[in-house]
Each structure stands twice: as C-alpha cells, then as structure tokens.
Design a protein. Structure first.
Length: 515
C-alpha cells in the first residue's frame, strides 16, 4: 500500500495567480484583516526580495515601489482547492481533503497502470500544472510521512519503505502542524527537529504533554500509520473572478471568459467528463445615479448590484473551450448586460462524454459541435425563438406547433429497409390558400383557387374541429377531402386536396394537396 500527498506551497498567492497569471511577473502582496488594520498575510518571492514581510501593515507595504497590493480572494481559493481535488480524483477515488493546500491520495494498485511511483509522482505534478498549480508531491507507505515530506521538500519525492525516519530526521518539528501550546513547549525544551522529538522517551512525553505528544512522536519516527478519511466525490465545477475595474465591452470580457472556460475544461478533462450546460452570472456595477436610494428623506441606503444571468445548453456534452467561448460570445452579442461587469461566475453542469459508433452503410450526421455553432450564428440574426425543430402541440388545431431546441440524435438512424411500402404524403400550403367553393346543399361541387377551376368528383367530410374556447381567439373549422378534376387545363388534370371552412372568418381555404 502506498499513499501520495499533494501540497500547494504559498496557496493563497497561487490561487490568485491561477486566475490572473499576469500578476506572476510583478511583486504581489495579499492583505487581510479588519479595516483599517490590514496586514500582509501572503506574498510572492518578488515582493519578498523587495523587503515585504508577512505581518506588515498595508501602509508599510505600499512604501515599497511596484508592489501590487490585493485582498485575499476566498472565492478563487475555493476554486483552486476544487481543482486540486479534481486532479487527485483523476488518479484514485480514495482522496482525503486534509487542508485547503493539501490532499492525500491512496495510490494502491496504480503501478500496473502508470508505472513506477516516481512516474506517478511526476504525472501528478504535470496534471496539477495543467490546472494552474505548482505543487510538491511525496509518496510513502506511511500517509503521515508523505504529508510531512510533501510540505517540506520541493518537486516529487518517493520515500523507500523502511527509510521514513531518514527523510524526516532533518526536518523542523514545526512541519508536524503543532498547536501553539506544544510549539512553545518544544521550543523551551530545545526540540527543533523531528529527530530530536523521536529521540525522547515515549512514556515521559505522554506524562508531560499527553496523547498528542505520543502521536507526534510516532509521526516524527516515521511510524504514524492511519487510514484515510475519504472525502465525498464532488460534482460541482465553478470558476469565479472579481475584477478591480469593471468591464463594459465584449472583447475584454471574452478574454476573461476564455480564461475561465479553459480552467473549467481542464478540470473536467481530469475527471473524464464534459460540459452539458454553462451557467453565466455577472454581478453588475450599479449606475451612479442609482447607487443610492433616495425614496426616503431620512435614510439613504446603498442598493445591491444587479445580476445578469443566462444559460448556454449544448446538444451534446463538449469540453472544447474555444467552441464554448464562441457560443458564449454569440449569446452575449444579442443580450449584452446593460451595465459594467465587476464579478464573473461560471458554473458547468458535468456529463459523460459522447460515445458514438457509425455504421458502414449509414450516412454520418453533421458534427453536433459545428452544427450548434452554426445554429447560434443564425439565432443571433433571426432571434433565438425562430431557430430550432418544430414540435407538435397537444392540440387538433392545424399548424399548431412550437419551436424547440434542435438536437442531434445520440444513435444513428437505422438502415433503410429493402421492402418498399406505398405511402401517401400531404403537402401543406403555408399559409393556406384562399379559395371560392360552390355548394349544392351542404356539399362542395366546384372549387376555384390559384387560378384553377376544378369540379368535385368525390367529396368526404365534413370533419369539424374546434378548440381554445377558453382563450381570446378560439377556432373552429370544417375540413373536407376533395378529389378535383380540372377539365379546362391542357392536358386535363386531377388531384386530391384538403379544404376547410373557417367559421370565424367565414372563408374557405385550401390547406394542402395529397401526393
């Protein structure tokens, strides 16, 4: 049995750089705390070279030229931690969520699939790099040893079985995640390394600091064996970005959306999933004249920013970020928010990737992804409600339908049957053609439409249909099937037609012809 530990050094800074990589080339300091006593809680190496230190006040940090001061981004930290878990779940379903910057993975049985543990560790580092995180990985048969070494040594480290104490002995005892009380006790005792802690007698240590000291002694000795606390597999994929300067135009917004969609697709690829739908939510900047509510003379309260939300549904699951960005751009071109955007939130609905197998004698259907892009471009011109597939409504009213979203069938259509069948087809006239009908009694005997004059040979009907009497525009029609002869045409012709009498308009119409 082997365990892997994945640690993200300087996690709070990496969470910000993952969404804004351009900050990586500038000195960056993150601040937190109650205003106005903001203090630096994390910084990158460029800021450290200038002299910025953790705990420094915001006012002191601004004295260093070129330092970018940012508040910590909790939302981005949550997204970075979720991406770290996605990478871990791509290797094993047994994952422990140890800390925001640390996850533990059960690697048992993976050597038959991925090779040696050295190769597995390097693969984990590479996968984390794809989601925008630089990590340290350690592999050991002892889960606590792997956790401590991953937090201490850079790169990928594989600890041979039986050599756990050797890798731990030089590490500072603070790497064991001590409490403040134990840290002060060990400092008074002069215990600074894991080797010094492991050399203490267990019984005396238990009498002085209790069972927590015994547990830490076992970890420092390389014998801290325990089982993983397996985390529940998550199915939510979300990326957010809060902007310092609100965005108004589509081009800069598309750049930011493309970055977030890339991150979502990489996370889904790591989990062998695809995107079925994308939910966009923008937090809008309130207008200056609407920023305060002046309805009350005595109280003026600041209004909450507006919310713009829309959903992009795909006919088949996809993880092509460039295609998704094009579809999102087309959607936003027709319904662009009416205020500057100061916060972006993207949520993806996961689904399994599409698996299809074509037949040798069955024509291929259009590529659903390219077809969806074409439909989106058409909808951007003619309107979203005017593009799709017609769906019959539960009504007897002629031409009663609505437009639904066009989708490609998941399975190819069956091969054509060799047995021929005689079928009748109806060619509908849209709109129906106005006609003049001559009656004898209650039955039609002559029809005049489209400049043609026909005598009725056979007539079947009438069939009365009506409906929507509860609406403002109820309808009622009497339909006939007429076989007409046209003796005045050269050569004489015949045809079978469907005509109807609209009781509300008091007019006859030809609805279509039978083939």
């Amino acid at each position: 049995m082997a365990f892997g530990a994945i640690f993200v050094p300087n996690f709070t800074v990496q969470a910000v750089l993952r969404s804004e990589p351009e900050l990586g080339v500038r000195p960056l300091a993150l601040i937190d705390g109650p205003p106005p006593t903001y203090r630096v809680v994390s910084l990158n190496h460029l800021a450290a070279l200038l002299g910025v230190t953790v705990g420094m006040t915001k006012a002191a940090a601004t004295q260093f030229p070129g330092v970018e001061i940012r508040p910590i981004a909790k939302v981005q930290e949550v997204a970075a931690h979720s991406a770290l878990l996605d990478v871990a779940w791509s290797f094993s379903p047994r994952v422990e969520n140890a800390a925001p910057d640390t996850v533990l993975v059960d690697l048992s049985g993976l050597t038959t699939l991925l090779g040696s543990y050295e190769n597995i560790a390097m693969t984990i580092v590479s996968k984390c790099s794809e989601v925008g995180l630089t990590v340290q990985v350690a592999v050991s048969v002892n889960v606590e040893t792997a956790r401590v070494v991953a937090r201490s040594l850079p790169g990928a480290t594989v600890i041979p079985q039986g050599h756990e104490a050797k890798y731990l002995e030089t590490l500072p005892v603070t790497m064991l995640s001590l409490s403040q009380e134990l840290s002060e006790v060990f400092e008074r005792w002069g215990v600074k390394t894991c080797k010094a802690l492991a050399s203490l007698p267990v019984i005396s240590l238990s009498e002085c600091v209790g069972q927590e000291g015994v547990r830490l002694h076992a970890i420092a000795s390389g014998k801290g064996m325990r089982s993983l606390v397996v985390a529940e597999l998550a199915h939510s994929f979300e990326e957010s970005l809060e902007l310092d300067d609100a965005v108004e135009e589509l081009e800069p917004l598309s750049f930011l959306l493309g970055r977030l969609l890339d991150q979502l697709c990489v996370r889904l690829v790591a989990r062998s999933l695809a995107i079925r739908a994308v939910h966009l939510q923008f937090e809008l900047e309130p207008a200056f004249e609407d920023a305060f509510d002046s309805t009350s003379v005595f109280v003026r309260t600041r209004q909450f920013p507006g919310i713009y939300a829309c959903t992009l549904e795909l006919p088949v699951p996809s993880r092509d970020s460039k295609l998704l960005l094009k579809l999102v751009r087309l959607r936003l071109q027709s319904t662009l928010p009416k205020a500057p955007i100061q916060k972006i939130r993207l949520t993806a609905e996961p689904a399994h990737t599409r698996v299809t197998q074509g037949g040798l004698f069955v024509p291929e259907v259009p590529d659903p992804e390219k077809l969806e892009l074409t439909i989106a471009r058409i909808a951007n011109v003619v309107g979203e409600n005017n593009v799709g597939s017609p769906q019959l409504l539960d009504s007897h009213r002629p031409d009663s339908f609505r437009m639904q979203r066009f989708s490609v069938p998941s399975t190819p259509s069956p091969a054509l049957e060799t047995k021929s069948e005689t079928k009748i087809a109806f060619r509908a006239y849209r709109p129906p053609v106005l006609a003049k009908i001559k009656l004898r009694g209650a039955r039609p005997i002559h029809a005049d439409f489209l400049g043609r004059f026909g005598d009725v040979i056979h007539a079947s009907g009438p069939w009365r249909t009506s409906g929507d009497w509860w609406e403002d525009d109820p309808w009622q029609q009497d339909a006939w099937d007429l076989e007409l002869a046209f003796p005045y045409e050269t050569p004489p012709a015949q045809g079978l037609y469907r005509i109807c009498f609209d009781s509300r308009q008091k007019k006859w119409f030809v609805q279509g012809a039978y083939d």
